[in-house]
Design a protein. Structure first.
Length: 115
């Protein structure tokens, strides 16, 4: 069994920054990729950023240049550094890890951008 624990969400003003963390524990042998998704009220869950086992990254156009995904393989942890936050970044953020053939999701952490 694999558990994901997210942290780092909160309330921030526009232009501010937050860093999300997602630590995986349990029966982890080979993580194929790790990712962050978000879901705003009334909208579908969307992919924000991904990072492969080799460190390759991919970002949604809406966050390019503002968000950075990174991982610490020794700690089985993925991070999302979010800078220059905008109102439209408000959402519940979820981490996801792929351990083929299974996929695991975190419980979600709320990020609210408001003045």
């Amino acid at each position: 069994q694999v558990q994901l624990v997210e942290s780092g969400g909160g309330l921030v003003q526009p232009g501010g920054a937050l860093r999300l963390s997602c630590a995986a524990s349990g029966s982890i042998f080979s993580i194929a990729y790790m990712a962050w998704y978000r879901q705003a009220p009334g909208k579908q869950r969307e992919q924000v950023a991904t990072i492969t086992s080799g460190g390759g990254t991919n970002y949604a156009d809406s966050v390019k240049g503002r968000f950075t995904i990174s991982r610490d393989n020794a700690k089985n942890t993925v991070y999302l550094q979010m800078n220059s936050l905008k109102y439209e970044d408000t959402a519940v953020y979820y981490c996801k890890i792929a351990l083929p053939p299974n996929v695991y999701w975190g419980q979600g952490t709320q990020v609210t951008v408001s003045s």
